[in-house]
Design a binder for this molecule. Structure first.
Ligand SMILES: C[S@@+](CC[C@H](N)C(=O)[O-])C[C@H]1O[C@@H](n2cnc3c(N)ncnc32)[C@H](O)[C@@H]1O
Length: 381
């Protein structure tokens, strides 16, 4: 398909679609660091800056892809919602779709939007799609299913005027594997967010938690990883890029226009390449979805949206597919990391330790002791 990438960021969706054989003809992105990456990595594709002054889509566009801004829809963001200044930019996508009969659409955003403000974001999105004449399907997908040791759940929406989006997005279901036993945490590398500690640990066994474009303390930052040796380290940005399915140093060109820490933001905001590639492949070769066990979705009572659903103008249904459409073999996190890690600073460990002590969260036995040991490192040294 001939695709257009709106809110292209560093091109996670576009790279994944390219792996499946689709060709992007135009990118739209207004942040300087991301634009530098796009120019370097997709030199032949023009980049338009602001979606708001993109008047129309190029003739022949078959697929519009848009991982639209999540700041107003995420737990750590403004929670202003779908009418927020940034997430409200989804309306620019709908404006463009009114100017051009685009057969296929792919959207991506954070799962918190399913529950924020009783699910208003999804109400807004599917209502707009139905008015535009699209059939739609959406689903939460975990990036770990594609073989990367990053626990990252995102909502993917596929809509179409010519095909059945369920046959693309809902047809595969490998089922979620049993979670790794928490007692195993000392045998494998475990990721956590040292910037958190009051609202949630963001703990992941043999994986890193979701790489994020921002954090509760305002700056994008790498997660921490407890290694089986007991060391607490932070991964290199090149491994973070790989954890999102990019090749190492994919975002290096942003250093020409931004400070180097900005790369964490770009990587955290990106769509996992391998998930986009799986969707891209199913767009080329759809299956046949069996809705036999689906249930009607009644949105009379306001509340959260389910984790997967589909519909069109006259009907809406809940699907019970898992967040694991496929189950690619995933290397252990410790083996996956290829670049030198650096120890979590004593200051970071001390800050996390004191927040964690205040919070009444339950930690795996022995974990806080390791953090405490790191936090007291300078005192004992
Ligand atoms: C969630 S990120 C998308 C990430 C992208 N799909 C990727 O894989 O890297 C949203 C992007 O929208 C961009 N953006 C925000 N406002 C914009 C605007 N008015 N015009 C174009 N892009 C915009 C942001 O700079 C950010 O890169």
């Amino acid at each position: 398909m001939t695709a257009i990438g709106l809110f292209a960021g560093i091109g996670g969706i576009e790279l994944g679609l390219a792996r499946a054989g689709h060709r992007t003809k135009l990118l739209c992105e207004n942040e300087l660091g991301a634009i530098a990456v796009l120019h370097e990595r997709f030199p032949e594709i023009p980049v338009h800056a602001d979606v708001c002054d993109l008047e129309k889509l190029p003739r022949g566009t078959q697929l519009v892809a848009a991982g639209f801004p999540c700041q107003d829809l995420s737990q750590a963001g403004t929670t202003a919602g779908i009418r927020g200044e940034r997430s409200g930019l989804i309306d620019e996508v709908f404006r463009l779709l009114r100017t051009h009969d685009v057969p296929w659409l792919l959207l991506e955003n954070v799962p918190f939007m399913l529950q924020l403000h009783q699910g208003q974001a999804l109400d807004h999105i599917v209502t707009a799609l139905e008015e535009l004449g699209y059939a739609w399907a959406y689903r939460v997908v975990d990036s770990r299913s594609t073989g990367l040791p990053q626990r990252r759940e995102r909502v993917y929406v596929v809509a179409s005027k010519v095909g059945d989006p369920r046959d693309v997005l809902l047809v595969d279901d490998a089922g979620e594997p049993a979670p790794p036993a928490l007692e195993r945490w000392r045998d494998v590398a475990c990721g956590f967010y040292w910037t958190e500690g009051l609202r949630g640990l963001g703990w992941a066994v043999d994986a890193v938690p979701t790489l994020k474009g921002g954090s509760t303390i305002g700056i994008p930052s790498p997660p921490a990883i407890v290694l089986p040796s007991g060391e607490i380290v932070q991964p290199d940005i090149r491994d973070a890029e790989r954890l999102q399915g990019f090749e190492a140093d994919w975002t290096l060109p942003s250093n020409e226009v931004q400070r180097s820490g900005h790369r964490w933001k770009l990587v955290g905001n990106a769509v996992t390449v391998d998930v986009a590639a799986w969707i891209g492949k199913r767009l080329v070769e759809p299956g046949t979805y069996d809705p036999g066990s689906d249930e009607p979705l009644h949105r009379t009572r306001k509340g959260s949206w389910p984790r997967a659903a589909w519909g069109a103008k006259s009907e809406r249904w809940i699907s019970f597919v898992s967040a694991w459409p496929v189950r690619e073999a995933t290397p252990p996190l410790e083996k996956f990391l290829r670049y030198p890690t650096r120890p979590l600073s004593v200051r970071a460990a001390a800050g996390f330790y004191s927040r964690a002590r205040q919070a009444k969260l339950r930690f795996p036995p022995g974990f806080l002791e390791l953090v405490e040991r790191r936090a007291n490192f300078s005192l004992r040294a």
